[in-house]
Design a protein around this ligand. Structure first.
Ligand SMILES: [Zn+2]
Length: 87
């Protein structure tokens, strides 16, 4: 009896079958080292994430966030002083 390598996987999101080699990302996570979502679904999810979280990781976003929360870093430092017990 030969060990059969699973060549086809079913995407848990769209339910479509695809080649484990071609249609799924190789990843260490997951039971057989492959993602449970197919490449199409992952790219779609990434696109949707970018749409709902515009420029979240960009410097522009961080600048805008800081401008919207001008006291955050000041308060953060004050809190840190209290926690660390610095005078
Ligand atoms: Zn899919």
């Amino acid at each position: 009896m030969t060990i059969t390598i699973q060549k086809f996987r079913r995407c848990t999101r769209c339910g479509k079958y695809g080649s484990a080699e071609k249609d799924f990302h190789r990843k260490t996570e997951g039971r057989n080292g492959l993602r449970t979502f197919c490449k199409v679904c992952i790219s779609e999810l990434n696109r949707k994430y970018r749409e709902t979280h515009p420029q979240k990781s960009s410097k522009e976003y961080q600048r805008a966030w800081r401008a919207a929360h001008p006291d955050y870093y000041r308060l953060y430092r004050e809190q840190r002083k209290k926690v660390t017990g610095a005078k």
